[in-house]
Design a protein around this ligand. Structure first.
Ligand SMILES: Nc1ncnc2c1ncn2[C@@H]1O[C@H](COP(=O)(O)OP(=O)(O)O)[C@@H](O)[C@H]1O
Ligand SMILES: [Mg+2]
Length: 324
């Protein structure tokens, strides 16, 4: 099967400073790939290269097996949704949705057919005559998505499209976006700094760190088998504990929910406990380091007392060095 998108050795620099280095990636048709990473790690830079808004300093970009590295954005047959939505304020919702189809001179009845379909899919039918200024943030978001949907370009690029919405709407839109992507069979490259979005929606996550790919894998692979301390620290809320044991080189990684109290070879002192309803998040001091433990029990635990703890060996990740 031809990859929907292939990146080979992509590199970019600004003012002599490397911002992206050695980016290799293949995205399958219909796949939802999240580009995840801290602010400033190069996510938007990478998306702009794929879109053709900027040219890479080195490397190659293929869409559906065709080398598009030298092509203009309009020739790449892709759609984009940005954080700002980029809606035209003086046009109606319907006109905004079909704007790109008009520019491509699609027959009117085909435009109308696609508009009806997208409006139904996104619940926009009652709003088609309104102007963007008369819509809520969530509704504007849907219009931007409808515009990507009617383009029927198989590849869609999104840059933090939910970051302007409040928390509840963001949670709803996560579910809706995933549903839409699957209903349309879209190949989606989705930029976010929010691991909850990446973990909850994506088929695969590309974790970027300082302009390089730190790990590519399914959400479960990144969560259960981070390849380096960098990934272990980024994924999970709170992240994986990275423990240095006396007389040992390297770090042992263990998730807060996999540590059991009251038994095991280690002794730690409980420093604080935060009640979270479903569980408690405990901070314990172990060999001079603070570790986090998720504890489901309801009994009160004694602060300042030594207690034993341990974890199953198969849950542990070993990192030979800090930057392994
Ligand atoms: N046009 C530009 N000129 C100079 N530096 C830039 C430009 N665009 C981005 N950068 C720098 O490149 C780095 C990565 O930026 P960006 O890709 O926007 O990060 P992200 O989207 O992951 O937050 C940052 O240090 C940013 O300041
Ligand atoms: Mg960005």
């Amino acid at each position: 099967m031809t990859a929907a998108l292939t990146l080979e050795g992509l590199a970019q620099q600004f003012d002599g400073q490397p911002v992206l280095r050695g980016i290799d990636l293949a995205v399958a048709p219909g796949e939802f790939v999240a580009l995840l990473g801290a602010s400033g790690c190069g996510k938007t830079t990478l998306l702009r290269l794929i879109a053709g808004l900027d040219r890479p300093q080195a490397g190659r970009i293929c869409i559906d097996g065709q080398d598009v590295t030298a092509l203009e954005p309009a020739q790449r047959r892709l759609s984009m949704v940005f954080q700002s939505y980029a809606l035209f304020p003086h046009l109606s919702v319907a006109e905004n949705i079909v704007f790109g189809l008009k520019a491509r001179r699609l027959p009117r009845d085909e435009q109308a057919r696609r508009l009806d379909h997208a409006a139904a899919l996104l619940g926009l039918a009652p709003l088609l005559a309104r102007k963007p200024g008369q819509l809520s943030g969530g509704q504007r978001q849907r219009v931007a998505l409808a515009r990507a949907a009617v383009s029927q370009h198989p590849l869609c690029l999104m840059d933090e499209p939910l970051s302007n919405l409040d928390a509840q709407l963001r949670a709803e839109m996560r579910v809706e976006l995933r549903r839409l992507q699957q209903a349309l069979g879209l190949t989606l490259v989705y930029v976010t700094h929010d691991q909850v979005e990446a973990m909850g929606m994506a088929d695969r996550i590309v974790l970027l760190h300082q302009g390089r790919i730190a790990q590519v894998g399914t959400p479960i692979e990144l969560y259960e088998r981070p390849v380096s301390p960098v990934v272990a620290r980024f994924i999970g809320q709170p992240p994986m504990n990275l423990i240095r044991l006396p007389g040992e080189d390297g770090l042992r990684g263990i998730r807060p929910e996999h540590i059991t109290l009251g038994q095991g070879p280690h002794t730690a002192v409980l420093e604080s406990a935060e009640y979270h309803g479903a569980d408690r998040l405990l901070s314990l001091r172990l060999h001079g380091q603070v570790i986090k433990v998720r504890h489901a029990g309801r009994e009160a635990l004694p602060l300042g007392q030594p207690m034993s703890l341990g974890w199953p060996a198969e849950r542990e990740c070993r990192f030979p060095s800090e930057d392994a």
